[in-house]
Ligand binder design. Structure first.
Ligand code: TXA
Ligand code: MG
Length: 336
């Protein structure tokens, strides 16, 4: 298949919309990561997403809308929490899981009685969704098991020849996927942490929003069972920002013949060892996370990451939990 590279002008947006309505796959930018979109009302189109990504068919997809009114077409019912999140938070890097109605097929939800809905904040995402004029099912636009793409060049790396078109827009500013909030239970539950924090949602909803913390649990989010974001080279994670420990680990790997790299806060603290900045704060760490992961695996053969969420520290912000979640998956829970 010949993949077209489209741009944000009227003609190309109209083309992207036509492609979606004719059952084709189009990758597009959002504020979180690039998505791989298909018409959510066309089961064959949605099936082809799973094929293009090599994604297991029991991992459901998020349905993207540009208009709040579209949510009423997709969800069977909206409780008070859902109404409040839709009114006060969306559009934002958040996805809400709601009871689904019959318009959305089992292919989208992997047979679940619920549907995940997201209204992106990015203007580019919204202009694409408006051009599509149908709800768009979209996972992140990476091959299954690879880090999510945060710029169109990374989409090309994974998807060239596998999909009809890529809308080449801006690089993603948030950098980690949306917060997934399950609103099908009496108590709201964060299934996947993202830039919209559980603390913020708790305050907004006046209830203690729980966070699913055990990534091996099968509770409601099939996606969290799969290994994600694995770099091609081994990776370990330190949670203490312990410079001495990190240096000793680096030196040992070097002695074993590896070409290691430290991926840390304030790399100048590590002398002449190869060290790359994780980010000055949690938001920057999130924005750079997946792109840096893809760069490091090209240049090094052992990644020693460090991410410390000490109270009052650099990464003690709203996106910190989301970054830590991705790093834990990337290193396969290999904490040093
Ligand atoms: O930021 C994002 O959410 C990006 C952009 C493209 O919008 N999309 C994204 O999609 O990250 P994906 O497919 O990589 O992740 C979707 C997550 C998975 O963890 C999946 O299991 C969960 O949402 N999910 C989808 N539908 C669900 C449902 N009905 N119930 C529970 N979890 C669901
Ligand atoms: Mg993904």
């Amino acid at each position: 298949m010949n993949t077209s590279y489209l741009h944000f002008n009227e003609r190309d947006l109209a083309r992207a919309g036509e492609l979606i309505r004719s059952g084709k796959l189009v990758a597009f930018p959002t504020e979180t990561v690039y998505g791989l979109g298909a018409n959510a009302l066309d089961s064959d189109a949605v099936k082809s997403i799973y094929a293009a990504k090599g994604r297991p068919a029991d991992n459901p997809l998020i349905v993207h809308v540009f208009d709040k009114a579209q949510i009423f077409d997709i969800a069977a019912e909206l409780g008070d929490y859902a109404k409040r999140v839709i009114d006060c938070v969306m559009p934002a890097p958040i996805t809400i899981v709601l009871p689904k109605n019959s318009l959305i097929s089992d292919v989208v939800t992997a047979g679940l009685p619920s549907v995940a809905v997201r209204m992106p904040l990015s203007q580019q995402a919204r202009s694409f969704l408006r051009a599509a004029a149908v709800p768009v099912a979209a996972p992140s636009a990476n091959l299954s098991g690879r880090p999510s793409p945060t710029c169109w060049q990374r989409v090309r790396e994974d998807m060239d020849g596998r999909i009809s078109a890529v809308l080449c827009g801006e690089a993603c500013t948030v950098g980690i996927e949306s917060t997934v909030l399950d609103l099908t239970q009496p108590v709201p539950l964060v299934l996947r942490p993202g830039a919209v924090s559980a603390e913020y949602l708790s305050e907004l909803l006046g209830v203690n929003v729980e966070v699913l913390s055990d990534p091996t649990s099968k509770v409601n989010s099939p996606g969290v069972r799969y290994k994600h974001y694995a770099p091609k080279v081994p990776m370990v994670l330190d949670l203490d920002d312990d410079v001495d420990k990190l240096c000793a680990f680096y030196d040992a790997k070097l002695a074993e013949g590896f070409r290691p790299v430290l991926w840390v806060h304030q790399p100048h603290r590590f002398g002449n060892r190869r060290a790359v900045e994780m980010g000055a704060d949690d938001l920057q760490a999130a924005a750079n996370l997946f792109e840096t992961m893809r760069l490091l695996e090209q240049d090094y053969d052992f990644i020693i990451a460090s991410f410390c969420r000490r109270k009052g520290g650099a990464y003690d912000g709203p996106a910190g939990r989301g970054v830590l979640d991705r790093l834990m998956r990337a290193c396969g829970h290999n904490v040093i």
